[in-house]
Each structure stands twice: as structure tokens, then as C-alpha cells.
Ligand binder design. Structure first.
Ligand SMILES: NC(=O)c1ccc[n+]([C@@H]2O[C@H](COP(=O)([O-])OP(=O)(O)OC[C@H]3O[C@@H](n4cnc5c(N)ncnc54)[C@H](O)[C@@H]3O)[C@@H](O)[C@H]2O)c1
Ligand SMILES: [Zn+2]
Length: 344
């Protein structure tokens, strides 16, 4: 099982890992923003700094990182430490997993989304042309160091974006974790580490039973079929929204469908939709946008054939059903209810 260390003393955790792993050399991959706020961490180890943002998650940037590793004499016994958000951990892990057929790496996520999702679970990769995460590998980090100490410099939008994935984990796990997750505000950081741990353990348990996404790992797509469609739709309209905002709306759509098709309790749907509306507002969509949204959902890469839209739904809290095929009429009806609940 992947080693995950929960700590508020990251320096100490990394020093202990280095002492036990004894790598031939250590190379930190980070981005320009994170390099500024994490200068104090392992200050003697040189940084390979990539530009910030998802547009850096490319083969060209990977080539720069590989070159920097070559230039600094990295060997098969070297270690890469990725310190940053999901862009850095995805790209840095991909570079390490492919350099000399794979050298060990440690992930230190500095965003909430990174901690609760991207840095854990062994998916590493880059975008290719306009395709998200098209080139990549499954490869587990030697260790992931989780701390809330990084989050004080994160904008609220970034915290909210990660919090949506925590809500998803609560829905997938149990009534208790769902309630406990909804009870906090993501800016209440001092209380977050224990809850963050429970949330990450949900993903870790699912990934452990299905590391390469042949079955139950698809449960982690809850909210993402509609969520990706909202995300792309907003981007095409020139009003991009953070991934987590789109996922939060997608979770509400999934629960509407779960209520319609699987008899999920209305209290769960009401609780979620109120919370999502309060924290994330609503997407600006009308019924004129349905054909575009449906077309985006049909082309979601999780579908085997475009005429079938594949959803992860919930029978009840903690009981996901993967691969549920939803027809277009049901989806339009669900979007009507969703707009009602969101007040649009
Ligand atoms: N591998 C997976 O399983 C998986 C899962 C979910 C998302 N992802 C990927 O993760 C990426 C998104 O991750 P993200 O939201 O962390 O984005 P990100 O890495 O771009 O970070 C968001 C922004 O915050 C900045 N930042 C990071 N940490 C900071 C800190 N502590 N203080 C101030 N600023 C900080 C970054 O420089 C960046 O500008 C996407 O590329 C997505 O595909 C991967
Ligand atoms: Zn997501």
C-alpha cells in the first residue's frame, strides 16, 4: 500500500524519508509559484522549476525536466520530489516514472485538490495537443506527504475546488463522512488534517482494489461526466471555471439522476444541492445549452460508444453504481431539476 504521511512538519518527514531511502541524488520538481512559497523546504536541494498552470503539463515541459535530470547527473538510484499542485505532481511523477525506465519519486501536494486527489493514486501524465491527460502511466509514489500547512497561501477558489472532491469522497464512503465533510468550511484549515486523512483514505481504498481502473475505481468519476461537460462548456463560452466547481455541479446532477433512477433519498440531494449552491453558485446555462452539454457528455472518454452516456450513480450514501447508462430524455429531465435546485 502506498505510504502516505500526514504531518504538519513536512521538513522533518522529508528528512526521515531521505535518511531511510538514501538516494544517490535528490531533485525537486516544482512550479514558479510554489517555488516562492516553499523556499524553506530542503533549501539545499536545487529546484527544477516549471512554469505554473495546466498549459505547462506537456511533453515539451517533460523534455525540459528530463534534460535537467540528465544535466545534473541523475541516475537510476536518484530520487525526484514533486512539490506542487496537481500539475507538478502529474508531470513530475510522469518524468520520474519514465526517466531511465523509472526512478522513485515522492509527492508533496501543495493544493487541496492535489492532496485529496491528484497526488494520490498513481496516475501520472501530461496533456497532448488539446487532449487532457492523454499520455501517461500508472505508477505509485514511494511516499506522499500530506500537510495542510501549504494551504494558507492558496486562494479560496483553489480551496473550494479541492473541497468538491472531498464532498465526492464523503458521498462514496458513508453518511458519517458525508455529514462531517459538509459540516466544515474548507477555509477552516486547522480542523482539516484529520478530515483530509479520512477523505484521502476513501480514494486510497478504492485505488488499492482497482489500481488500473478496470472496475470500481470508476466510482471516483462520480460527478465527473456532467462535471467535465460543465467545465468544457464554460471554457468554450469564454468563462472558465475551476475543475472543482464543475465537479460540484456535476455531483448535484448525478444525485438528481440517482434520485430519479435508483431511488436515492431526497434528503441527501437537498443537503448537497443547498451546500453546492451556497459555495459554488450555479453555472450559467439554459435549456438552449442542453444539446451542447449532452454532446460533450456523449464524447466523454469514459464512454465506450457515444450514444451511451455512462454515469456513476449512488443507490444510497456509500453505495455507488458504476457504468449506469442514462438516456438523453432522462438527462434533460435531470438538468431541468438541477436548474430548479440551483435557481437558474
Ligand atoms: N493524477 C490524478 O489522479 C489527478 C486527479 C485530479 C486532478 N489531476 C490534475 O491536477 C491538475 C490540477 O491540480 P491543481 O488544481 O492543484 O492545479 P495546479 O497545480 O495548477 O495549482 C493551481 C495553482 O495554484 C498554485 N499553487 C499551488 N500550490 C500553491 C500554494 N501552496 N500557495 C499558492 N499557490 C499555489 C499553482 O502554481 C497554480 O497556479 C490538473 O492538471 C488535473 O488534470 C490529476
Ligand atoms: Zn476531479
Amino acid at each position: 500500500m502506498q505510504q502516505i504521511i500526514y504531518t504538519n512538519n513536512v521538513q522533518d518527514a522529508l528528512e526521515r524519508l531521505l535518511a531511510s531511502m538514501r538516494p544517490a541524488s535528490v531533485h525537486i520538481v516544482t512550479d514558479a509559484n510554489v517555488a516562492t512559497v516553499t523556499r524553506h523546504l530542503l533549501p539545499d536541494i536545487p529546484r527544477i522549476i516549471i512554469p505554473s498552470g495546466d498549459t505547462s503539463k506537456t511533453l515539451a515541459t517533460a523534455a525540459d525536466v528530463w534534460q535537467a535530470l540528465v544535466d545534473s547527473g541523475a541516475t537510476r538510484r536518484s530520487l525526484v520530489i514533486n512539490i506542487g499542485g496537481g500539475v507538478v505532481t502529474d508531470l513530475g511523477a510522469f518524468c520520474a516514472a519514465t526517466f531511465k525506465r523509472g526512478i522513485p519519486f515522492i509527492n508533496v501536494p501543495t493544493t487541496l485538490l492535489g492532496a485529496v486527489d491528484a497526488a494520490v493514486g498513481g496516475k501520472a501524465g501530461v496533456n497532448f495537443h488539446s487532449l487532457k491527460n492523454e499520455i501517461g502511466v500508472f505508477r505509485q509514489a514511494e511516499a506522499v506527504v500530506i500537510s495542510t500547512c501549504f494551504f494558507s497561501t492558496l486562494p479560496d477558489r483553489e480551496l473550494l475546488s479541492g473541497y468538491a472532491e472531498m464532498i465526492k469522497h464523503g458521498l462514496l464512503d458513508s453518511p458519517q463522512l458525508f455529514a462531517d465533510t459538509l459540516a466544515i468550511h474548507p477555509s477552516g484549515l486547522s480542523d482539516l488534517l484529520p478530515l483530509l486523512r479520512r477523505s484521502i483514505e476513501v480514494k486510497q481504498a478504492i485505488v488499492q482494489t482497482d489500481p488500473t481502473e478496470q472496475g470500481i475505481r470508476r466510482a471516483l468519476n462520480l460527478g465527473h461526466t456532467a462535471g467535465h461537460a460543465f467545465e468544457t462548456h464554460a471554457m468554450l463560452a469564454g468563462r472558465p471555471v475551476p475543475h472543482g466547481y464543475a465537479v460540484a455541479w456535476g455531483l448535484v446532477v448525478s444525485l438528481v439522476l440517482s434520485r430519479m433512477l435508483l431511488g436515492l433519498g431526497s434528503d441527501t440531494l437537498q443537503l448537497l444541492s443547498h451546500r453546492v449552491r451556497d459555495l459554488y453558485g450555479a453555472p450559467s446555462i439554459s435549456c438552449d445549452d442542453y444539446p451542447g452539454l449532452l454532446s460533450l457528455m456523449s464524447h466523454d472518454k469514459k464512454n465506450d460508444t457515444p450514444s451511451h452516456i455512462n454515469f456513476t450513480l449512488l443507490e444510497s450514501l456509500g453505495h455507488p453504481v458504476t457504468g449506469h447508462i442514462v438516456d438523453h430524455d432522462s438527462l434533460c429531465a435531470a438538468l431541468d431539476i438541477f436548474r430548479d435546485l440551483m435557481g437558474v
